[in-house]
Design a protein around this ligand. Sequence first.
Ligand SMILES: [Zn+2]
Ligand SMILES: [Zn+2]
Length: 360
Amino acid sequence: MSYPEKFQGIAVQDHNDWTHPKKISYEPKKFDDYDVDVEIEACGICGSDTHCASGNWGPKSLPLVVGHEVIGRVVRVGPKCHTGVKVGDRVGVGAQVSSCLDCDRCNSDFEPYCAEFITTYSQPYPDGYVSQGGYASHIRAHEHFVIPIPEKIPTHLAAPLLCGGITVFSPLINNDCGPNKKVGIVGIGGIGHMGLIFAKALGAEVYAISRSSAKKEDAMKLGADHFIATKEEPDWEKKYASTLDLVIVCASSLTEINLEQLIKTMRIKGRIISICVPKETEELNLKPFQLSGITIGNSQLGSRKELIQLLQLVADKDLKIWVETLPISEESVHDAFVRMEKGDVRYRFTLTDFDKEFRN
Ligand SMILES: [Zn+2]
Ligand SMILES: [Zn+2]
């Protein structure tokens, strides 16, 4: 049996053997009046996928199909849908598939912070159905979380925008990134490389901040105006004292950052915003005295409105993120997971060729 009764996906079977996912077929969630079915053409690979698959974020209901940077074509539209989505449209689904759409947060375009947030995979809906992600033939999601993709953006470059891209874009636009602002991006592999591109496109003066100078050439190509190698430049915090208006921390964990040094590079009222997704158990220790005149915060994902804004910016300015494509299969998901663990990716993976794996 296949669609619409069953979806197929490449699923993690066991957290202890998470790098060997297997192809399965599974039941989709019940089709609701506001749901849209998408036949998937590509899916980006996000750090969250490996965290969830490996059990870093606690045990999940298995088997689990991860993937939340989904691009595909609409094949079915619920009878009450009113966003204008139509069969045949190319759309994206990011890391969120549901929220209440009625609270203060949802009503002010901050639905990633809704108390009833449901993430694209591994989380039960109210009826108990556990959401399944995009390394799959299809995905079913509420229309609000199904985003139109501008024609100009190629599918493999659109996918990573749906989670990684929006996660770094949202704190930029919510913290006044723009002309006459000096913006630092800490951690420039992975999501950070998109941060450099977007901060530059928004008009800021951009500082790439990395441990070594290994990625300097790439960072300058991506749009950085300055490069700081923190392990190679002793006293870097003195050289750049009171310089930055905004820093987005894209490292794997905020606890690996020397905040004492970083804070010294901030201008008064500067903001350090983390988009790190560390292990569940990590805790941040801070000396409150250090925070003199600056703010530290966290940002997660971005709203439908912000996604549409990001996609328009990428289309209008013809921005090109750096993506390596892999045709989806059990083997290539395995290879990608192993390479992600080693940090061996420049700077994002997109799984492609879903037709060959799921529809021949
Ligand atoms: Zn809400
Ligand atoms: Zn993600």
